[in-house]
Design a protein around this ligand. Structure first.
Ligand SMILES: [Zn+2]
Length: 654
């Protein structure tokens, strides 16, 4: 109240008379404010800590969940149905008590009410060609040991809520840190003929050939970065899975042969004595040994003695994020070995003319990647020919090509390269496809060069010039986009070619192959069987390379900045000590790069210099001054086309 009355008194006072305004001299304008918008500013990454450390290592408190499965299914070839049950032992290594868990029900993409069904035209690559299906979960129970010693385990039905291709399961008892929950699930689904180019079946005169994947309800990943990863399976985005041991049994008609992830546990029951002897020989053989020769396909003698209408094949896989299998009555089967690893191929007679070389391609790929990057950690590597164009699962890949030797090699070495990314280094494929497709496409460059040394590989995927031609069209997208948000027409460029070209550029032009290889191997070693994020990769590489590559990661992976380097002009002048040249360079593209500059002098001599990327620290123009022996008559940037320059018309002066 007091304050208000004082204010009124002040307002009522008569102001003093105003004098003539004081004329102040004109002030200079304020200097413009300035912030660091340089492409070289430090890339903002999540704050490191004890989970994921500053040097890009898993931290001392790093944790991840573990999922072990025991699965037993039967394949009904009359109705194309997979039916069975799985037991899941889920171990909570997180510091959190979990009241519910999430599962991935990928088969639900084939439900008519699924989002993937609505998004994809029927004939799209990742659709189901009009197929209507999905999982039927018959029961979902928590299992606990019986209360009394020797008593049967107790089962409690759990409440489940399906949300498209994911399902929440409410636990009847919270799962504490360090605790383990065991689930028992009975389920079935019908196998689509065209399963999003990832699984399916194909008809042959001898019967159907099945390639089976996304075939059991799988744990969603719970991680320290996002908690539950519950992105829908829409088709284009692949998978994110926990590691564990998986034992599985597949019951098929007696005449079928099964190829599956892992070690075959019961060869005595499903193979003939001759086949077992051939497999033992193959393991020690550099070249392919027929396990089932073409002439033997379909013969009753390829099956063990007995009359049971079905046989059950049992496989065991350690430290894997998934398992898949294939089954057919008409497989040719051959195998060889390297370093104790069994290389195998399974293909129908229709593929024989090309596929007789498959096992050699498998062996080359596994050996090459093992020796160059990280030892293959599994006991077998399998290539299967069937309807799926090209798809990878731990220890087993599906490749469709039956017509072209280089084509089959390309898809085989690519799908097997996935054994390193994402099977060993388990990134989130649905969010960051570039970390598996792109890294793998990069590995493939070198594998292919060794297998086909006579071919000219310079303009293929991952090469700077090929990439620049695409980037110049303006259809580039940031590889950092989640896989399902990349336009399908650009997927091969954005998730495969661009990251491959980026790593190639890093290895050959920005750093050098010795440092790069050591750093990339270190990244694989640090994150083998773990879940790295993009920041972990960037940090790990910088730590091992000894470089701040913020400018490169940002421009290449987060944005669509282009490389465009130019020589604008050259001036020379003579002083008392000799001749000086000033070469006016610019980089009008958003992405700086080191500069390869070739100078031609009046006497016809040529000199090439490499200018570091730091020449662009102060902006996108740089005056390079140097002593020269004679007048400069020509200056050219990147004459060998090692950089992805999208406008070469400004690379040469005059
Ligand atoms: Zn791939």
């Amino acid at each position: 109240m007091m304050v208000v009355s004082l204010l009124i008194a002040a307002l009522q006072q008569v102001p003093p008379p105003l004098g003539a305004p004081v004329k102040r001299p004109q002030l200079p304008p304020l200097p413009a404010a300035w912030a660091d918008t340089s492409p070289f500013r430090r890339l903002a990454l999540p704050t490191p800590g004890l989970l994921r450390q500053g040097p890009g290592r898993p931290g001392t408190r790093y944790w991840q969940q573990r999922a072990d499965y025991t699965i037993s299914v039967a394949l009904d070839t009359a109705t194309h149905t997979v039916r069975g049950r799985e037991s899941i032992r889920y171990t909570n290594h997180s510091p959190d008590t979990l009241g519910y868990v999430w599962f991935q029900l990928d088969q639900n993409i084939y439900r008519e009410d699924s989002r993937g069904h609505d998004l994809n035209p029927e004939d799209a690559r990742f659709a189901g060609a009009g197929f209507s299906g999905g999982y039927t979960i018959e029961s979902f129970d928590a299992v606990r040991p019986g209360a009394a010693r020797g008593a049967a385990p107790g089962k409690t039905a759990l409440a489940t809520t399906v949300n498209g291709t994911v399902m929440r399961v409410d636990l009847d008892r919270p799962l504490p840190p360090g605790g383990t929950a065991t689930f028992d699930v009975a389920y079935h689904f019908q196998v689509p003929e065209h399963g999003s180019d990832r699984m399916g079946r194909e008809r042959f005169p001898e019967g159907w050939l099945y390639e089976i994947a996304q075939w059991y309800p799988r744990m969603a990943v719970y991680d320290d970065v996002r908690g539950w990863n519950t992105e829908q399976y829409l088709g284009q985005g692949e998978f994110y899975l926990e590691y564990g041991d998986i034992d599985f049994a597949v019951t098929v008609p007696r005449g079928f042969v099964v190829a599956g992830t892992g070690t075959l546990l019961n060869p005595l029951e499903v193979l003939t004595p001759a086949q077992r002897a051939r497999l033992a020989r193959a393991l020690r053989s550099d070249s392919a040994v027929a396990i089932i020769a073409k002439a033997e396909v379909g013969s009753a003698s390829t099956r063990p003695a007995g009359t049971a209408p079905t046989l059950t094949w049992r496989f065991s896989a350690k430290n894997v994020r998934d398992v898949a299998w294939a089954a057919a009555p008409n497989f040719i089967w051959d195998a060889s070995g390297w370093n104790g690893i069994l290389m195998q191929s399974f293909y129908p007679p229709a593929a024989d003319s090309i596929w007789r070389e498959s096992t050699r391609m498998v062996r080359h790929s596994i050996k090459h990647y093992s020796e160059k990057w990280f030892p293959y950690p599994y006991p077998t590597a399998i290539n299967v020919n069937g309807p799926v164009g090209g798809m990878e699962y731990p220890m087993i890949v599906f490749c469709a090509n039956r017509t072209s030797r280089p084509g089959l090699f390309g898809v085989t070495t690519h799908e097997l390269g996935h054994q390193w990314f994402p099977m060993v280094v388990g990134n989130n494929e649905r969010l960051y496809a570039w970390m598996d497709e792109g890294f793998n496409s990069f590995l493939n460059i070198y594998s292919a060069r060794v297998y086909f040394p006579e071919r000219d590989w310079l303009r293929t995927r991952g090469q700077a010039e090929a990439w620049a031609q695409f980037a110049a069209t303006g259809r580039d997208e940031p590889p950092m986009l989640p896989a399902d948000r990349i336009s399908p027409e650009a997927l091969g460029q954005v998730a495969y070619a661009k990251p491959a070209a980026g790593l190639y550029l890093l290895r050959h032009e920005i750093v050098d192959s010795t440092r790069f290889d050591a750093a990339f191997r270190e990244y694989i070693r640090r994150w083998a069987f773990k879940h790295p994020t993009p920041a972990d990769f960037f940090r790990s590489m910088e730590d091992a390379l000894g470089e701040d590559l913020s400018w490169f990661w940002r421009g290449w992976f987060y944005r669509t900045d282009l490389v465009d380097q130019a020589v604008d002009s050259v001036r020379t002048r003579r002083d008392s000590t000799g001749m000086l040249a000033g070469i006016f360079l610019s980089s009008p593209g958003g992405l700086p790069m080191p500069v390869d500059l070739r100078l031609t002098f009046a006497d016809g001599t040529v000199e090439q210099v490499r200018l570091p990327v730091e020449i662009w620290y102060e902006g996108n123009r740089f005056l390079y001054v140097r002593r020269v022996p004679k007048d400069v008559i020509k200056a050219e940037i990147d004459p060998e086309k090692n950089f992805p320059d999208v406008r070469r018309g400004n690379n040469t002066w005059p």
